[in-house]
Design a protein around this ligand. Sequence first.
Ligand SMILES: Nc1ncnc2c1ncn2[C@@H]1O[C@H](COP(=O)(O)OP(=O)(O)OP(=O)(O)O)[C@@H](O)[C@H]1O
Ligand SMILES: [Mg+2]
Length: 471
Amino acid sequence: MSLSDVTDVGEASERRPILVVDDEQSMREFLTIMLEKEGHEVVTEERGEGAIERIEDGERFRLVITDLKMPGADGQDVLETSKQVDPACQVVIITAHATPESAISALKSGAYDYIQKPFKVDQAKAVVERALEKYDLKSENVYLRRALANKEQFGDIIGQSEPMQEVFNLISQVAPTPSTVLITGESGTGKELVAQAIHQRSEVSEGPFRPISCGAIPESLIESELFGHIKGAFTGAEEDKEGIFQAAQGGTVFLDEIGELNEATQVKLLRVLQERKVKPVGSNEELDVDCRILAATNRDLRQEVEDGHFREDLFFRLNVIPIELPPLRNRRSDIPLLARHFVEEISESMEKQIDGISAEVKRALLNYSFPGNVRELENLMQRAVTLTQDSLIGMDVMPSHLQEDSFDEITQDLDVPEDGLDLEAMVEQLECRLIEKALDQTDGVKKEAAEKLGISFRSLRYRLDKYEIED
Ligand SMILES: Nc1ncnc2c1ncn2[C@@H]1O[C@H](COP(=O)(O)OP(=O)(O)OP(=O)(O)O)[C@@H](O)[C@H]1O
Ligand SMILES: [Mg+2]
């Protein structure tokens, strides 16, 4: 197993760049030259928000060197985000003046060290080298541990967003128990992946995992598929047939699209859940059921119960532990991560050398509503990797509905007046309006508004301060 298989970035940890964050251009340039001379790859950010966004978007660094005092998000904010998202990454703080309190508080928050301005080149180099040594030690541990944990617990489920962390927690908690789990969520949100992850982490992981799609099987056959039948039970039943509950003994049955089950079969399934016995069609003999039962649906089963389409008692039997998968549009911070994951996976299988997606494509993806959720994103990336002639995936290989989407709608009435305009003021005005609209739509819930806008919570907070938007 290689590290890059399982960490959330494609590059090996020792090749990650150093991030320099400083609002002073001369300092950024000075540090870049110094570090590049030492053979390091360097990226720079002028603002704390920019750095935070990169880290939250899944970019990984060996070392972050950040100025402490900056307008907006400061070095302390950058430090906190970095430590939270990527504990292996080392952070060195640059303090302008003799401000021992803030330097000490940075150290307490997990900064590796600080450099005080003005400093000598050799002094800074020494701090950087020591910090990198520490990183190398730490990253190996952290990533190996995380790699193993991820492999074991969650298979290939990608996600760093809060709602997905909750899903991971639930999976770890319920997997080792024998409870029936009902997995809900829109189409393409990963319900089957979650069912597999639960099986892999369960006590019956050595046994078979048997999915059955209740919606795809004709009504006349569903009972025989689920419970089996005996020879002669109906015309065409020429042999005894084992049902899925029998076939999955000592393993897991995954009842997919459970909402599609007809009334008569619902009654029979209820008995299986209650008594843990099945009666094959045409037989009087009851067989023991000894398997874990998981179910999934993209319907709102509660509503189906209210409308009289789904038995309430069966619903309660299934819904012992519910896991709800959030739609992709409600966890936009996972979009860049998933996109990268699919691009890597698909380009490798196609033996194409592709570095990733352009900033423009990323923006478009972050703005798109993804009615087909993760599956749709996967398909988009499949198409893009197939079509692209470039090593960077650009808008030219994105379907037209993505190119137009919300941007066009929002901006179609914009025009430049005869006597011109102040572009920067205009853009700020637009940004401000959209933030206010998003807050309106979410009743002032900032976290949701940030998700709607495809930016991080911190970045929204920064903008609220900047434009003095009241709560
Ligand atoms: N978090 C994720 N990380 C990686 N891949 C994912 C994730 N979620 C979904 N996928 C991928 O997206 C596709 C759809 O996932 P899956 O089949 O589990 O969705 P589903 O919720 O069962 O959809 P449906 O209701 O349409 O059956 C699969 O190829 C799956 O591997
Ligand atoms: Mg499915």
